[in-house]
Design a protein around this ligand. Structure first.
Ligand code: CA2
Length: 154
């Protein structure tokens, strides 16, 4: 059986994870998160592409790339969550399942963080479970791919 490819996309400022605001985002760095995802992916027979960018167009380009090669997307849109119609449009053009992850519980925070545009597209949303949200999202996507092997990407 071929491996299923999952894109894990991270939006602006997540490169600072573990370096500031540990009371909100914890002490793990994005490299730690990537390592955890890679380790679980091996167990789940997933092939992951892990990316972070501070540029909206790069995130959109990766979503376009995912259209050709991925069975699912995990995305933490960070500061683009409530503002990027362009990212939502790109995700709408992706056919597989999308899971939105937020490290913090956005609903317990300022009102401006609540209204996610990406949630209009996501099959599921995980918020407030810290960086565990990423691996939980991967487990869900592996389950969906197992249940729907015909939709497996190349
Ligand atoms: O909780 C999340 O994962 C967020 O997506 C993180 C975004 C924030 O704008 C969302 O409302 C919720 C912020 C990402 C910035 O990450 C930093 C991490 C450490 C230090 C500074 C910024």
């Amino acid at each position: 059986m071929p491996k299923r490819t999952i894109f894990i996309l991270n939006g602006p400022n997540l490169d600072l994870l573990g370096q500031r605001e540990p009371h909100i985002y914890g002490r793990e760095t994005l490299a730690d998160v990537e390592r955890g995802c890679l380790s679980l992916a091996a167990e789940l027979r997933l092939d992951i592409r892990f990316h972070q960018s501070n540029r909206e167009y790069e995130l959109i380009d990766w979503v376009h790339e995912a259209r050709q090669s991925a069975a699912g997307i995990v995305i933490n849109p960070a500061g683009f969550t409530t503002t990027s119609v362009a990212l939502l449009d790109a995700l709408n053009a992706f056919e597989g399942p999308v899971i939105e992850v937020h490290i913090s519980n956005i609903h317990k925070r300022e009102a401006f963080r609540h209204n996610s545009l990406v949630s209009l597209r996501a099959e599921g949303v995980i918020a407030g479970l810290g960086t565990d949200g990423y691996t939980l999202a991967l487990r869900r996507l592996a389950k969906l791919a197992d249940a729907n092997p015909g939709a497996e990407a190349l």
